[in-house]
Design a protein around this ligand. Structure first.
Ligand code: AMP
Length: 146
């Protein structure tokens, strides 16, 4: 059996573990909050990436951010959803990882984030690295080391 040292394991390129962009649910700049909420609800994800027309990453939007935005004093103002743009609600200050990074960097970032968006030099969105995928790899590695 081939065993990998933990040092080598941490140096594996993240490229092998990315969920590619075409499989990732997203919304675009200019989309309204109603559309974003629909995508989030249908997919069951708590947050998804926001991309521009050139597929560059601009931020993340979550159902919690949207609900927060339409929370009135007496009730939730659903009627405002069509007029709100994701651009004005999304979180712009987000953790990203470059596609050439290694497992260790991904692991560090995933401690505080359920998933990390993967980008290239032009900020083009290439996919995501999720906690689930990284944990699966760690499980494989730890079990084989026993
Ligand atoms: P997981 O580790 O698979 O539970 O994924 C963690 C988070 O990553 C989810 O809650 C979503 O916000 C995001 N995510 C995972 N897979 C996708 C996907 N295919 N499209 C969009 N977001 C995703």
């Amino acid at each position: 059996m081939i065993t990998v040292s933990s040092k080598d394991f941490l140096q594996i390129p993240i490229l092998e573990f990315i969920i590619s962009a075409e499989k990732v649910a997203h919304v675009q700049l200019g989309n309204n909050a109603e559309h974003a909420l629909l995508v989030l609800t249908k997919t069951g994800y708590s947050s998804i990436p926001v991309l521009d027309v050139k597929y560059r990453l601009q931020g993340l939007i979550s159902s919690q951010q949207i609900t927060d935005e339409i929370l009135g004093l007496e009730h939730i103002e659903y009627e405002r959803l069509p007029d709100l743009k994701v651009d004005d609600i999304m979180k712009k200050d987000i953790a990203v990882i470059h596609v050439d990074e290694k497992f260790q960097k991904g692991l560090d970032l995933l401690v505080d984030n359920p998933y990390i968006c993967v980008v290239d030099d032009e900020k083009t969105f290439l996919g995501i690295l999720t906690r689930r995928v990284i944990l699966k790899q760690m499980k494989k590695y730890l079990y084989q080391a026993q």
